[in-house]
Design a protein around this ligand. Structure first.
Ligand code: ARG
Length: 459
């Protein structure tokens, strides 16, 4: 492509270090699409003849058909997807192919291709996350009344409902999707026409290529356009944040599936056995989702390190932008799909959850609140009284609601038998009706609102 100035070819190592085709071949659809828009614009503007533009358009379709049928061949001599596509176009249509690169550079070309690719990846993540939300909604509705221990410090804190717990993840995923949407909106400007770095003297129409490619308009500064990878970093930021959420949910499944907890049994589809211990049933998929989040975060760091010291405009370092984005895309897609499958198929052991929720004096706060409400006791004092009741129950080896009334009265005379009405885990969760609280009625309302929002999106 630049043989005019060079007498010798590159060394084998140069060829290898320089080539991006082994990975950027994944951009082929976006590359051909960008070239279609560019060629049509060149024709419409009279920069090349309409015949040449038409020949290029037809040729690009033939190249696309080949790539679709046979994949993209890796030929290090052709360096990257842009040169490979152009060379294939030459094989299809001959001399006219040489006019495609008028008023364009690989710098604005790759910036455009990559934006298109990241935009598709955002759309894909958004769709997949919507399905995960649907799975969470369905299970949350089913378990709006199922009592489980709520934890702080992984110590039993207060009873909650499983539906409420699952809806917490629905909220996280909702934020992830909104972050992806924000990133998409900022990304959606077209760098094509910025050429190598300075723009071009040809009378191009950047608005038309931008709109042909589904962008909101052209980017405003040619130097920035060819050297900006914020959109990829933002994508990785969103992917990382999302993967952290998936990892936390995965960790819950790992904990819940362990025998001492026994809160969930993962379906056969989402577990593996051990080659040596026949009794084992391991939550490998959940562990890998947890593991993948580290790699996704690593790809964000990788691209930030690539970009941090680069002067304007393009530098070849920027070719390293793609592997981390591709890796994050693949790992995130797998992680979302795996979590969706696990959520859909998990068998929740509500009996075990209920039992665990009843242990650990989880309704102690309810006793304190009752003293405040019914006895007019200041909360601090009620906290102290309840602490003594817990100590007594612990010493006697019973649950709070198993302490006889005379034992409670011994601790504080203002306690009467109405207190037993609030000491069960069911009463505890039912009482937490504040907005955003765990009461089954609240959970059902939250599910209904979320479902309406999902339906609204579908319209
Ligand atoms: N393969 C290159 C990349 O991915 C394309 C841009 C090449 N531009 C250049 N000036 N060498 O970044």
């Amino acid at each position: 492509m630049w043989g005019g100035r060079f007498a010798e070819g590159p060394s084998a190592v140069m060829r290898e270090i320089n080539a991006s085709i082994p990975f950027d071949k994944r951009l082929w659809r976006q590359d051909l699409r960008g070239s279609q828009a560019h060629a049509a614009m060149l024709g419409a503007q009279g920069i090349i003849t309409l015949e040449d533009a038409a020949a290029i358009g037809t040729g690009l379709e033939l190249v696309a058909a080949d790539f679709r049928a046979d994949g993209v061949p890796v030929d290090l001599a052709l360096e990257d997807i842009h040169m490979l596509a152009e060379s294939r176009l030459g094989e299809k249509i001959g001399a006219a192919s040489g006019r495609l690169h008028t008023a364009r550079s690989r710098n604005d070309q790759v910036a455009t291709d990559f934006r298109l690719w990241v935009r598709d990846s955002i759309d894909e993540a958004n769709r997949a996350l919507g399905l995960l939300q649907d799975a969470l909604l369905a299970r949350a509705e089913q378990h709006a009344d199922s009592v489980m221990p709520g934890f702080t410090h992984l110590q039993v804190a207060q009873p909650v409902t499983l539906g409420h717990h699952l809806m917490a993840y629905y909220e996280m995923i909702a934020r992830d999707r909104s972050r992806f949407a924000d990133a998409r909106a900022r990304l959606n400007l077209c760098p094509l026409g910025s050429a190598a770095l300075a723009g071009t003297g040809f009378p191009i129409d950047r608005d038309s290529t931008a709109s042909a490619l589904g962008f909101d308009g052209p980017t405003r500064n040619s130097l920035d356009s060819v050297s900006d990878r914020d959109f990829a970093i933002e994508y990785l930021t969103c992917a990382t944040q999302c993967s952290l959420h998936l990892s936390r949910l995965a960790e819950e499944f790992v904990i819940w599936a362990s025998q001492p907890f026994g809160f969930v049994s993962l379906s056969d589809q989402w577990s593996t056995g051990s080659s040596i211990m026949p009794q084992k049933r391991n939550p490998d998929a959940a562990e890998l989702v947890r593991g993948h989040s580290g790699r996704i975060a690593g790809s964000l760091v990788s691209l930030m390190m690539t970009m941090k010291g680069l002067p304007l405009a393009y530098s070849k370092d920027m070719q390293d932008d793609k592997p981390p984005v591709f890796e994050a895309h693949d790992l995130l897609g797998l992680s979302i799909a795996a979590m969706t499958g696990m959520v859909e198929s998990a068998v929740f052991r509500t009996d075990r959850m209920h039992e665990a929720a009843s242990a650990g004096f989880s309704t102690a706060t309810d006793l304190a609140d009752w003293l405040v409400r019914e006895g007019g006791v200041p909360f601090r004092e009620a906290h102290h009284i309840t602490g003594r009741a817990v100590a007594r129950a612990e010493a006697d080896g019973v649950r709070l609601d198993q302490l006889p009334l005379d034992a409670l009265k011994e601790i504080d005379d203002r306690i009467d038998d109405r207190v037993y009405g609030v000491l069960s885990v069911e009463a505890s969760v039912a009482s937490r009706t504040s907005f955003g609280g765990t009461a089954p009625a609240r959970v059902r309302a939250a599910v209904a609102a979320a479902r309406a929002a999902r339906e609204e999106e579908g319209r």
